[in-house]
Design a protein. Structure first.
Length: 141
């Protein structure tokens, strides 16, 4: 059985700062910049820490777990071929709740998404990038 093609999307421009965020999903890793001085997480990725102004930041693997802070269910097909409805959400990372990632919530009916819902990352390949998306968290056994 063949996988359905990913929905059409505008891909980000890649630069040295954001490359890890958009490519390390190939290895199943969600990479978020972290400051080596004050240990703050930095997102979106920039070459310095906004908390302490050091340039000692680099991408670090995080768990990929988080919670839905807010979301919307979109019923308009903005791009031809884009399946609707879809959920666009802000996800707070487990390690750093102040870091909010914009992503789709998938693998469930949009009506099942709730505020505070536990989610986990998965990666959608698109050309040579791996787009972080989230799905309901599987319970730990």
């Amino acid at each position: 059985m063949t996988q359905p093609a990913p929905p059409p999307r505008t891909l980000p421009a890649i630069d040295p700062d954001n490359r890890a965020y958009w490519t390390r999903g190939r290895d199943g890793v969600l990479a978020i910049f972290k400051c080596h001085s004050c240990h703050a997480y930095v997102h979106p990725p920039v070459p310095f820490c906004p908390a302490c102004d050091t340039v000692a930041v680099s991408p670090q693997a995080v768990s990929g777990r988080g919670t839905v802070v807010t979301f919307t269910v979109n019923h308009k097909q903005w791009v031809p071929g884009l399946p609707v409805p879809y959920v666009l959400a802000l996800v707070a990372l487990e390690e750093a709740p102040e870091v909010r990632l914009v992503a789709n919530i998938t693998h469930c009916d949009p009506a099942e998404v709730t505020f505070g819902m536990a989610v986990e990352v998965w990666f959608e390949p698109a050309e040579d990038l791996w787009i972080p998306q989230f799905r309901p968290a599987r319970s730990a056994a």
